[in-house]
Design a protein around this ligand. Structure first.
Ligand code: PHE
Length: 460
């Protein structure tokens, strides 16, 4: 096989950077803050951190470990491992289910990432510099009410992603990421440092870190679990390919811990910066998907060199979302390639599908805002337009379900010796992983998934 992502990682650091490239993206900077706001702050944050530790991290190790044990792309790795264990070869369809999940996620991912292209232009033309918060909030509203512009942004971003995937130069971009990612951290640190000086900082800290248990509900719990899967890019077999060519001597648990810490770090820095701004300007924490696109430009407009900061931020955001979206698209194209399609044809077909679905999702903010495609199912479905469906079902149900099956396969199906070798590292780390996955991650994810489905149907 000839997957670009399957080439050997030359060093432990290269592996960590590549996986971080898949993990850090919209999930950290855009989705985490707005979900935190919609779910009342601290309790969501605490639950998210808890789920990262007891579910996300162990399943991430399982997922990469399976790729490492199977030494191939997801579908083949699963098949080989199932064969070796004398289990049903149907386990390979887990990769197909993962593919479906990735496809659905990519459609809204590309559309939202396109917004940063519009904001790049705004950074260059200075239309948001030194403007009042009202004007900046209004600019987001204008973008959302302009379907043509939204479609244009979605199309451009998708072409950027597909271009790299079609050319098979994913690794080149990941290497670029290695150099530019630290800059993203630096910029977020700067924004968080600025946040400390704003009048809303103390309230933001209270909001984020002082638990208010009145805010607990099933929705908060389930959103937090979905977010843990989404942000780590876990549950859709996308990370399996990375395991296949991990350096022999690298400890998987250690690498996964580093990736998870880098990932949480970005989310926390973004969250602190964004909520300090929210409380400094009496904005609504619950303002939804626009939260980041409104608050951060307000911060830039108040800071010196606003043009440069804003341009730098949206460029780095674009890069972070670009590497993540390539990771969403690549496994799909690789799967078609394994069926004998050419890379170009696979990319074109996936691209067309994603383009159509993403374009319809863009209309959820304007002409199709009140169209509820699955409304006939009742329950929560009756209130979700296409964008609402795409940002909840694949992330909060499909990823956890895929993750659950991945964990079960790794713990109960694959021979212990194989998975032990694939995970590497010390015996203590391995036993800790095994125990956490079997005793915590699997039962908890199963239970929450069940709850999730019942909540969706309005039973709970
Ligand atoms: N983890 C990415 C983000 O936070 C999204 C993603 C999910 C990427 C699944 C690949 C696979 O933006």
């Amino acid at each position: 096989m000839n997957h670009p992502v399957l080439e050997a990682w030359s060093s432990n650091r290269a592996f960590i950077f590549a996986v971080t490239g898949a993990a850090v993206g919209l999930g950290n900077i855009w989705r985490f803050p707005y979900l935190t706001g919609e779910n009342g702050g601290s309790v969501f944050l605490l639950l998210y951190l808890f789920f990262m530790l007891v579910i996300g991290l162990p399943i991430m190790i399982a997922e990469i470990g399976l790729g490492r044990a199977g030494r191939a792309g997801p579908m083949q790795a699963l098949m080989r491992l199932a064969q070796g264990a004398g289990a049903s070869l149907r386990w390979r369809y887990l990769a197909v289910f993962g593919g479906l999940t990735l496809f659905l996620i990519l459609s809204f991912y590309s559309m939202v990432s396109g917004w940063s292209l519009a904001y790049l232009v705004k950074s260059v033309d200075g239309s948001l510099a030194q403007q009042s918060p009202e004007v900046i909030a209004g600019a987001f509203g204008q973008l959302m009410s302009n379907p043509v512009l939204m479609l244009l942004c979605h199309t451009l971003f998708l072409l950027l992603t597909l271009g790299v995937v079609a050319a098979g130069v994913n690794q080149g971009l990941e290497r670029l990421n290695t150099y530019l990612m630290p800059l993203l951290y630096l910029l977020l640190l700067l924004l968080a440092a600025y946040a400390v000086t704003t009048p809303g900082f103390a309230e933001a800290m209270r909001y984020l870190f002082l638990p208010d248990f009145n805010a607990v509900s099933w929705k908060v719990v389930l959103d937090a679990m979905g977010q843990a899967f989404f942000t780590l890019a876990v549950g859709a077999c996308a990370l399996m390919a990375y395991g296949a060519y991990m350096p022999e001597d690298q400890s998987l648990p250690r690498a996964a811990v580093v990736v998870a810490l880098l990932d949480v770090g970005v989310a926390l820095l973004a969250g602190i910066a964004i909520f300090a701004l929210v409380f400094s300007h009496q904005l609504e924490p619950t303002s939804g998907p626009g939260l980041m696109f409104i608050t951060l430009p307000i911060a830039f407009s108040e800071l010196p060199f606003s043009h440069v900061l804003s341009l730098g931020f949206f460029l780095l955001l674009l890069l972070a979302t670009w590497t993540s979206s390539i990771n969403l698209a690549e496994p799909l194209v690789a799967m078609l390639k394994d069926r004998g399609w050419s890379r170009l044809r696979g990319t074109a077909v996936i691209g067309l599908g994603v383009w159509i679905l993403g374009s319809l999702a863009a209309l959820s903010f304007n002409v199709m805002a009140e169209v509820y495609p699955l409304g006939f199912l009742g329950g929560v479905f009756a209130e979700k337009n296409l964008f609402g469906l795409l940002t909840s079902i694949p992330t909060d149900i499909f990823l956890p379900l895929g993750g659950l099956l991945i964990a079960i396969f790794a713990v109960y199906i694959v021979p212990v010796a194989d998975i032990r070798a694939a995970i590497g590292g010390s015996e203590t780390f391995y036993l800790l992983w095994r125990r956490m996955t079997a005793k915590l991650a699997i039962p908890l994810t199963g239970l929450l998934l069940l709850t999730s489905v019942l909540t969706f149907w309005g039973v709970l």
